[in-house]
Design a protein around this ligand. Structure first.
Ligand SMILES: Nc1ncnc2c1ncn2[C@@H]1O[C@H](COP(=O)(O)OP(=O)(O)O)[C@@H](O)[C@H]1O
Ligand SMILES: [Mg+2]
Length: 251
């Protein structure tokens, strides 16, 4: 039995548009498990990003509850939330959001300062950069790095505080297939080390990395498939399984 790290009950999110409401998340009951690489796919506009923001405490639902690591984030104050996010949650976006006047190393360490001594944070950042093949890039500025290198720096930055869950909204969406693969390899290797990951994507190459795949449309989780750990040598077979699953759902 895997531990549940995220649990939603009757999760709803609506936006008011003129006189009518637009229901983006419709009574979602979902559990996400520790150690999984959970991937959310689905139709465009189906509510994937909204769901990801709701289950990462970045956005408040309209109704229903969201528990992350056993804590109900829907009843927390802004102050509690910001503390909670800093220690438990990390986000990797489609655009890397690195600070342009800081080096790769500084982009990682400035997020970590305050969570440990400066010396430890520096050491940890250098270890992360090495793990992701970026040691030689440590003193370079974002403009001197490729898109894939920048995104790997963003992943190091997400890891520096020791977050229990990493969330990604289309983290390979802006990358070509080579640099995209490097980023996916990073995420896969983190997951192999036990890191829980929740990622939204529309990219089949990213979806095959999932240990558990969810399909979302029209504000609902329509279906799911358990895939088990990713193996590079099984990529072709996994792709076929994922493709069939998506085709059945009208993707
Ligand atoms: N802040 C907002 N205000 C109004 N409508 C929004 C807002 N954010 C998202 N939506 C709408 O909610 C729907 C789902 O959006 P989103 O979660 O981004 O879908 P996906 O990520 O699956 O493409 C879309 O129709 C979008 O226009
Ligand atoms: Mg989206």
């Amino acid at each position: 039995m895997k531990n549940t790290i995220i649990e939603t009950k009757q999760l709803c999110k609506s936006y008011i548009l003129g006189k009518t409401g637009m229901h983006v998340l419709k009574n979602i009951n979902l559990e996400i498990y520790e150690g999984d690489f959970t991937v959310i796919m689905g139709s465009s506009g189906g509510g994937k990003s909204t769901l990801l923001y709701s289950i990462s405490s970045m956005d408040r639902p309209t109704s229903g509850s969201v528990k992350i690591l056993g804590r109900d984030v829907t009843t927390m104050s802004e102050k509690e939330l910001s503390k909670f996010r800093k220690s438990e949650i990390s986000f990797v976006f489609q655009s890397m959001n690195l600070l342009h006047d800081l080096t790769a190393l500084e982009n990682i360490t400035y997020i970590g300062y305050g969570t440990d001594t400066k010396e430890n944070i520096n050491k940890k950042a250098l270890t992360l950069l090495e793990q992701f093949g970026l040691s030689e890039e440590k003193d370079k500025y974002p403009s001197e790095l490729s898109g894939g290198q920048q995104q790997r720096v963003a992943i190091c930055r997400a890891l520096i505080g020791g977050s229990k869950i990493i969330y990604g909204d289309e983290p390979t969406g802006a990358l070509n297939s080579t640099t995209g693969r490097q980023v996916l390899d990073c995420l896969t290797s983190l997951n192999e080390q036990g890191q829980s990951i929740v990622m939204v994507t529309h990219d089949l190459k990213a979806a095959v990395r999932a240990t558990r795949l969810l399909y979302m449309a029209d504000g609902h989780i329509m279906a799911e498939r358990t895939l088990g750990p990713y193996r590079a040598e099984e990529e072709g077979e996994r792709k076929a399984v994922v493709y069939d699953f998506l085709k059945e759902l009208g993707w």
